[in-house]
Ligand binder design. Structure first.
Ligand code: NAP
Ligand code: ZN
Length: 352
């Protein structure tokens, strides 16, 4: 066990501040890496403030699951990494490895419920009550859950791919966003801006729905063919029954019917935003009379995360980020709550 510096919260109402946390010793199939950059996801904020009643936060809480860094040590059985390599970890660090979902490369849906998330999750391997995330100097992760980073990409912009990127990549691939499809992305935040980039790169007709008139130009620059202000009922009405797929990233509870109405027959609205309070139930007739589907999607498996990173390397895709110092994290949370992020905060962990 070693002690490393971190940024943690000691309660739902206290600010994040510097602290020290234990990391386990490097086991035979573990990779230890120095964390260079860590993205700031809205899930970090939900967790720090104990907003998910189904998943209470254990304090101290060290969030962060968009992690990139450089390998410092590997266990004897590790094959794919050596000291000095770039490495990355996203939202999970272990799973059972043997159930149907794990064997299909969808470890986030482990059928035995053994997915270990990167923070605030009990982990039999850890020396602490729950896992501690990437707002820290280093991390020890089982090799299977460590990703290869394309060498040509700017590292700070890679970090958000590990959650924001894969969380949009996975449903866009699963529901086959591509040429001939009309795809909507709701919310231009960390997740949404990656959705716009990927849907555009896959060749779909891409429409951004935003509540922020100030984001229209950015939406187009990022790849949207059209931008619709979702609070403008007339603008929304022009798109009724026309979408194959809409992916909703909004982090607060809201009425889903205005988006369900925009799906064509057999279209799907996928929820990836995970608000503190439940959405009001949609009108069932909006589902029944066009055989529409309302679905959810959680991050993405390890194999598809590597595919996404390799694709981003080949296409030169990264996240648009604002690099912050560790001491700016509490202000960053306040700005995130005001939808004032362009489009992901990334912490320079070397400065901790
Ligand atoms: P974010 O950067 O804060 O972006 C959320 C966006 O939602 C905002 O930028 C804003 O976009 C829009 N929005 C905010 N308030 C709104 C309101 N009152 N009405 C309508 N739209 C509003 O958050 P994020 O990091 O992308 O995360 C989004 C959500 O996804 C969070 O709940 C997070 O926990 C969840 N999440 C889920 C998964 C998963 O696996 N399913 C993975 C990661 C995160 P506009 O200004 O364009 O309207
Ligand atoms: Zn996240």
């Amino acid at each position: 066990m070693t002690n490393v510096r971190a940024i943690s919260a000691s309660s739902a109402t206290s600010p994040l501040s510097p602290s020290t946390i234990p990391r386990r010793a490097v086991g035979p199939d573990d990779v230890e890496f120095e964390i260079l950059y860590c993205g700031v996801c809205h899930s970090d904020l939900h967790t720090v403030r104990n907003e998910w009643s189904a998943w209470p936060t254990v304090y101290p809480c060290v969030p962060g699951h968009e992690i990139v860094g450089r390998v410092t040590k590997v266990g004897a059985a590790v094959k794919r990494f050596k000291a000095g390599d770039l490495a990355a970890t996203g939202c999970m660090v272990d799973s059972c490895g043997t159930c149907g979902s794990c064997r299909e490369g969808l470890e986030q849906y482990c059928d035995t419920g053994a997915t270990v998330f990167t923070y605030n999750a009990p982990d039999p391997k850890q020396t602490a009550p729950v896992t501690y995330g990437g707002y820290s100097k280093s991390i020890v992760v089982k090799e299977h859950f460590v990703l290869k980073v394309p060498a040509n990409l700017p590292l700070p912009g890679v970090a958000p791919l590990l959650c924001a990127g894969i969380t949009l990549w996975s449903p866009l691939k699963h529901w086959q966003a591509g040429p001939g499809k009309k795809v909507g992305i709701v919310g231009l935040g960390g997740l949404g801006h990656m959705g716009v980039k990927f849907a555009h790169a896959f060749g779909a007709h891409t429409v951004l729905f935003t509540t922020s008139a100030s984001k229209v130009a950015d939406g187009k620059r990022l790849g949207a063919d059209e931008v619709v202000i979702s609070r403008d009922a007339d603008a929304m009405a022009k798109h009724v029954r026309s979408f194959d797929l809409i992916v909703n990233t909004v982090a607060v509870s809201h009425d889903l019917d205005p988006f369900l109405n925009l799906l064509r027959r057999d279209g799907t609205l996928v929820l990836v935003g995970a608000p503190e309070h439940a959405h009001p139930s949609p009108n069932v007739f909006n589902l029944i009379f066009a055989r529409r589907s309302l679905a959810g999607s959680g991050i993405g498996g390890i194999a598809e995360t590597q595919q996404m990173l390799d694709y981003c390397g080949a296409k030169g895709i990264t996240s648009d980020i604002e690099l912050i110092q560790p001491g700016q994290i509490n202000t960053a949370y306040e700005r995130m709550l005001k939808s004032d992020v362009k489009y992901r905060f990334v912490i320079d962990m070397q400065a901790l």
